[in-house]
Design a binder for this molecule. Structure first.
Ligand code: DI6
Ligand code: FE
Length: 404
């Protein structure tokens, strides 16, 4: 039986591409059928007989596409508050990483945690995101760094999707750090763990995309390129942690491989943006990491805008550089730190975030044929979503056309 609902008495920010002012429609109605948007427009011109459908008033609230967190390391064991204390005493993130802490300390804690413990720790963070109106979350591996431990992380990620009404998109990030067992032998690690593990995880249906960390404390662009080639031969899209702490030309490598996204980009030089732009790769900005590490080098936002690069915003939720599980906080930070407009920040967690996950047209826009994944807010104007700090104005989420 078809399930059909007409949502009425709302203001809708459609976030549709090319529409000014958030794609705002006052006094709007949205018709969903079997979890898809069937019609959206002013409530006075609903095309069907209203008596024939289930009608639900949203009592004047604002409706947006449900939000999307397109870059997280949500699954991990333990935490790194001790490193937070060290950094406050002046030790740098890179120094901590080089002396055996950093990513590798979370690797130890993640390997030591049971499957169920990882699920419950991750669920808490996922529930935080959901309470901010999030319906799609990208989750990376990268704290296992053996084939079995990396695969286990993605199995935890897939488990989360069974436990909550969200879509989880998984990413293979074994090229996140060189583990102690391969110290000084990054190439061997790529050949023995990253690539064969990827093949196995892909065969098990656990991988939606492939990522790497291209940085002096991690992998060179040549090493990442070999991982990208393996991804290509498996038919998997790629993305990259690029130019977070220095300019390694990772964004250009990502663009050459038609990556879905290049993420961080603080050190992307404005002169490289043109070449980057031509690939249609999304620039994912991660203001939580910028804030936590007290970075001062700003991503080249003006050049990205000038070349019409789609900009997404994500939490980068992880225990080291961004212990943040609120997408609304990330939006606020993107405005305050990177001078994005609230409209850019909201497009960055809806339409552009969907593009960064290869989900354009299905998520992140209220448009005919898209999924009826909506967030209903107790606010008057969409700029408030980037403005309030420290609480969530979410009234409810609508998932697959019904209250979630
Ligand atoms: N860049 C980041 O910001 C995270 N990973 C990465 O490649 C940080 C991961 C961590 O410090 O645990
Ligand atoms: Fe990250």
């Amino acid at each position: 039986m078809t399930q059909q609902t007409l949502f009425t008495d709302c203001t809708v920010a459609t976030l549709k591409s090319g529409q000014p002012n958030y794609g705002l429609i006052e006094d709007a109605a949205i018709l969903q059928r079997d979890g898809l948007i069937e019609w959206i427009g002013p409530s006075g011109v609903v095309p069907l007989k209203r008596s024939e459908m289930d009608e639900q008033s949203l009592q004047g609230r604002l409706v947006t596409p449900a939000l999307i967190d397109c870059h997280t390391h949500l699954v991990f064991g333990g935490n790194r508050s001790k490193e937070f204390e060290q950094r406050l005493k002046g030790v740098s993130y890179e120094e901590i990483a080089s002396s055996g802490g950093g990513i590798n300390s979370t690797v130890e804690a993640t390997r030591a945690a049971s499957f169920d413990a990882l699920v419950s720790a991750s669920l808490r963070r996922l529930d935080d995101l959901i309470s901010d109106g999030v319906a799609v979350v990208e989750v990376k591996s990268g704290y296992g760094l053996t084939i079995d431990d990396e695969i286990r992380m993605l199995q935890v990620a897939r488990k989360l999707e069974e436990l909550r009404p969200v879509k989880i998109v998984t990413t293979w990030l074994a090229a996140h750090a060189v583990p102690p067992a391969f110290k000084g032998r990054a190439d061997t690690y790529i050949d023995h763990i990253v690539i064969p593990g990827l093949v196995r995880a892909a065969n098990e249906g656990l991988v939606d995309a492939v990522d790497g960390f291209c940085e002096t404390i991690a992998f060179t662009s040549g090493q990442i390129e070999r991982v990208f080639q393996a991804a290509g031969s498996l038919g998997l899209p790629v993305k990259l942690h690029a130019e977070q702490l220095s300019d390694q030309k990772g964004a250009l490598l990502a663009a050459r491989y038609s990556a879905l996204s290049a993420d961080h980009l603080a050190y992307l030089s404005a002169t490289d943006v043109e070449a980057f732009a031509s690939a249609g790769t999304v620039a994912v900005l991660l203001p939580g990491a910028f804030y936590t590490l007290k970075e001062t080098k700003l991503p080249p936002v003006a050049a990205l805008r000038h070349h019409n690069v789609d900009i997404a915003i994500a939490t980068d939720c992880n225990p080291g550089s961004s212990p943040i599980s609120s997408i609304l906080t990330a939006m606020n930070m993107a405005c305050t730190e990177f001078a994005l407009t609230p409209e850019e920040a909201l497009a960055g967690t809806t339409r552009c975030a969907a593009k960064a996950l290869g989900l354009s047209g299905q998520y992140g826009e209220i448009t005919i044929g898209a999924r009826a994944e909506l967030a209903v807010w107790d606010v008057e104007h969409p700029s408030e979503l980037s403005y309030w700090l420290g609480g969530s104005p979410l009234h409810k989420r609508i998932s697959h056309g019904i209250a979630a």
